[in-house]
Ligand binder design. Structure first.
Ligand code: ZN
Length: 158
């Protein structure tokens, strides 16, 4: 199967979780500490081998300026997990996190999961996580594409 292309024509992996230990379908533990780049983000990268934004594919370690934008996103957002009454051991686990750039992190804000059945087992939780990831990535890439169209007007030159 060919990898889907994002609006900028960059390759986007199918699901980042497949590269996590045990294909991201067993709890991996939670993040500790308060500093992404020095603490939980670094821990996450070493555990999963991820170095690029899970949404736009931006390499976050090739250049210092990109590394500074590193964030760790909740795939099923905290607020949704709380609304569903899910245990924090699930919602805060590394398997519910993806590495991302700060722009995609912002584009993905205010996501309200609609049309999903509250997961009652870890297996269902991962099914919902995968579906929400695909939905959110599509929405984030649309926002990114709109932002690129705005950028290309180069309004600062007019
Ligand atoms: Zn990104």
């Amino acid at each position: 199967m060919t990898a889907p292309l994002d609006p900028d024509g960059e390759n986007v992996d199918s699901l980042p979780f497949l590269n996590y230990p045990r294909a991201g379908r067993n709890l991996l533990g939670q993040s500790k500490g308060y500093n992404c780049r020095h603490g939980y983000g670094l821990e996450f990268m070493k555990l999963t081998g991820q170095i690029a934004c899970a949404y736009c594919g931006q390499n976050l370690v090739a250049r210092f300026g990109d590394w500074l934008t590193m964030a760790l996103d909740h795939v099923i957002p905290d607020a949704v997990c709380r609304k569903w009454g899910l245990p924090p051991e699930w919602s805060q686990d590394f398997t519910n996190r993806v590495l991302c750039c700060s722009a995609c992190n912002t584009f993905g804000n205010r996501y309200a999961a609609r049309g999903y059945i509250t997961p009652t087992s870890l297996e269902e939780f991962y099914r919902v996580r995968d579906a929400i990831f695909v939905e959110r990535r599509a929405a984030i890439l649309r926002r990114r594409s709109e932002e690129r169209a705005f950028f290309e007007k180069r309004l600062w030159e007019t």
